[in-house]
Design a protein around this ligand. Sequence first.
Ligand code: ZN
Length: 102
Amino acid sequence: MKFPKELREKKDLGDLAKNKKCSINDCREIAVRSLSENSWKKYVEKAGLKYNTNSRHKIFLCKIHYNQSNKIRKSQEKMFQKKGFLDNSNAVKKGKWDSLRD
Ligand SMILES: [Zn+2]
């Protein structure tokens, strides 16, 4: 004989493992990505999104919000690359013209 409470707890755990909700406030979508809060916090915030923190320091994102944050991440990485070029001013001019021709 099983107690109803036990059954309920089991069910809740199963739902948690399967259907993680997006961490962004007011978003009800199912998350497609589980990301480390440490490395993604800045991108999510730069994208203008507010997320709910959790005890595991993970940010869960649905497809849409992941794409938004990933766009920020990519543009930031580009900026860092450009910064690297700035140390060598000749290289940056050449690089600029090359990309304009494309
Ligand atoms: Zn979302």
